[in-house]
Design a protein around this ligand. Structure first.
Ligand code: FAD
Ligand code: FES
Length: 282
């Protein structure tokens, strides 16, 4: 448990970030408080910017040292991504100058808390029959669907993606290339089902009729909506040179492309076109 003091007020929180398990406590992560992060980086300084690799407390926010997710210290609620879940938060009492933390054993061992405390007790309108259609199966559409449920929306939520997978962590594709798609899923299909979020795979949207509030899909079907979110992401720029369509020229956007590149490149010479973050990581 991480005990935090902000002015004269104490909070007790889980000590590991629910994203990829960074140690949130102060100290050197290489000396037994977490060691390597998932990029294989160790040490007490961030290799990118040289900042301290320890949780940073700013006002009522605790910032994760690895990728910057921020949590509210009063509630444990996630306030800045990339983490999706909240951090555990425990009851603190001060008696005769001593600080006591009360926690249920079961909660202590939980890796993450999915329910946001700030949303507990919100009134739900069970008569809401609206359909919210979310185009795209990336993290943006996922967070929208989850937030709608957390904030009490009880109508129909549909996420439609042209891919085969539930939302996955794209950032991992250039860092660990021998992973199965399921290894990078942000949420399991059961998680979405439990929240009554319909997830349609291999469903490419081809047109939207904003007057009739209807989306048409490649397979000939269509869906009416009351609210629509277009969260279809962005795509790397295609190479516009002769030969760019040859078999061994790959893009890196999906888990399948990631393993294909690894297979094709092992033991061979590889040319990476583009030398910014993704190219360099690769
Ligand atoms: C290899 C790689 C490494 C990355 N590394 C990092 C990193 O280290 N840190 C970082 O912050 N960011 C990283 N990014 C960027 C990050 O992944 C994106 O910013 C993020 O995924 C954007 O989320 P999104 O939901 O907006 O879009 P996306 O994740 O792109 O999701 C959009 C979804 O919509 C679907 N779609 C598109 N068109 C249609 C259609 N017509 N009908 C239905 N579905 C459709 C797509 O198939 C996709 O599933 C990386 C990206 C890649 C590709
Ligand atoms: S491990 Fe904390 S934000 Fe990634």
């Amino acid at each position: 448990v991480l005990l935090v003091r902000n002015r004269m007020e104490f909070s007790a929180l889980g000590s590991k970030c629910p994203h990829y398990g960074a140690p949130m406590s102060k100290g050197n992560p290489s000396s037994g408080q977490g060691g390597k992060n998932h990029h294989g980086e160790v040490g007490s300084q961030c290799p990118a910017w040289g900042g301290s690799l320890a949780g940073v407390l700013r006002g009522e926010r605790l910032r994760c040292p690895w990728h910057g997710a921020c949590f509210n210290i009063r509630t444990g609620d996630i306030e800045e991504y990339p983490a999706l879940d909240c951090i555990s938060c425990f009851k603190v009492t001060v008696e005769e100058g001593k600080v006591f933390i009360t926690a249920k054993k079961k909660v202590l061992t939980l890796p993450a808390v999915t329910e946001h405390r700030q949303h507990l007790g919100l009134r739900r309108c069970l008569l809401n029959k609206n359909t919210v259609l979310l185009l795209g199966g990336g993290v943006a559409a996922l967070v929208c669907a989850e937030t709608l449920r957390q904030e009490g929306f009880t109508g129909r939520i549909i996420m439609a993606t042209d891919e085969k997978h539930v939302p996955y962590d794209k950032s991992k594709l250039s860092k660990e290339m021998n992973l199965k798609p399921e290894d990078v899923y942000l949420r399991k299909p059961e998680f979405l089902k439990a929240r009554d979020i319909e997830f349609w795979t291999e469903k490419e949207a081809v047109s939207v009729d904003f007057q009739k509030q209807r989306v048409r899909f490649m397979d000939g079907s269509s869906q009416k909506y009351q609210q629509l979110l277009i969260a279809t992401g962005s795509h790397s720029g295609f190479l516009k040179v002769p030969g760019a369509d040859l078999q061994n020229v790959c893009m890196l956007q999906t888990p399948e492309e990631s393993s294909k590149i690894l297979k094709l490149a092992t033991g061979k010479n590889l040319v990476i076109v583009g030398a910014s973050f993704i190219g360099t990581r690769l």
